[in-house]
Design a binder for this molecule. Sequence first.
Ligand code: NAP
Length: 290
Amino acid sequence: MMEVEGRVALIGHPVGHSLSPAMHNRAFEKLGLAWRYSAYEVRPKDLPAAMEGLLALGFRGWNVTIPHKEAACRLVDELSDEAAEIGAVNTVSVQHGRLVGYNTDGWGYVQSLKEETGMAPEGKICALIGAGGAARGIAHALLREGADVWVFARRSEQADRLASALRRVGPGRIDSREWGQLRRRLGDVNLCVNATPIGMTPHRDAMPFDPGWTREDCVISDIVYNPRETRLLRKARELGRATCDGVGMFVFQGAAAFRIWTGLAAPVPAMRETVEELLDLRAAEGGPDA
Ligand code: NAP
């Protein structure tokens, strides 16, 4: 049963430029809920005390962002299958006084991919560029959908580690691939995802790979969402490739958290509109990255 009033939060370091408070508060307003979402700066050493404090204060749940996603796994009473397999929590829900940890990043990514490109990942070969926290969630969700995932990272040990950690997930298969072979291998993939920060400040003029290396029917996806159209996506669009930007992943991970907390379907269009408006405003002001 949904509470009439509720408080939820974001904890991370830094959180000052986060778009989550505006996105969630707009969603609560849209559905006429007396809920409120606020962001709190929490340094790593203070994470256990912050989570205990939010529980004691009666918060219904919270999002967890950089650098706390892994540490939060060890501070909850229970983990969803995804969070346990990914090894990171981005959403905590208070259920009967117990903390349950979820990871909605990967689901958010796949939902956005399906909605924006119509692609069904099952049976597809997906190249993932980068092997950090976001890549882990995306790889997990693609594997669950039945896609095969090839992980490329400039540090081969990082790509190997990600592939080994998720090898048992299935039904798709995951393997690391050599960074030096990127150009040759991209001709064999159906989807290519940038999961590095290349494309955002200070790497705005850079691309992680040339979309011209892919087949004409390959979908090019970038999880960077500030700027909304990165150089990679612009070039991919000019080449006639289908593209998927990072705004959808951000909105849908939030929509999944919204549903976990409130039990209600999130007003996704209103959330997306809020995020896009803020990104456009920041771009016009030449302001900080989101
Ligand atoms: P992360 O954990 O730091 O991982 C970044 C990955 O990119 C690492 O594999 C890193 O390799 C690699 N990388 C960084 N700079 C590189 C370069 N110049 N050349 C090649 N590889 C490079 O970061 P993350 O949390 O996964 O986030 C990655 C990006 O996704 C960020 O830009 C973030 O804003 C974005 N993101 C978007 C969403 C969304 O909802 N749309 C969600 C999460 C993250 P090294 O370890 O060798 O540096």
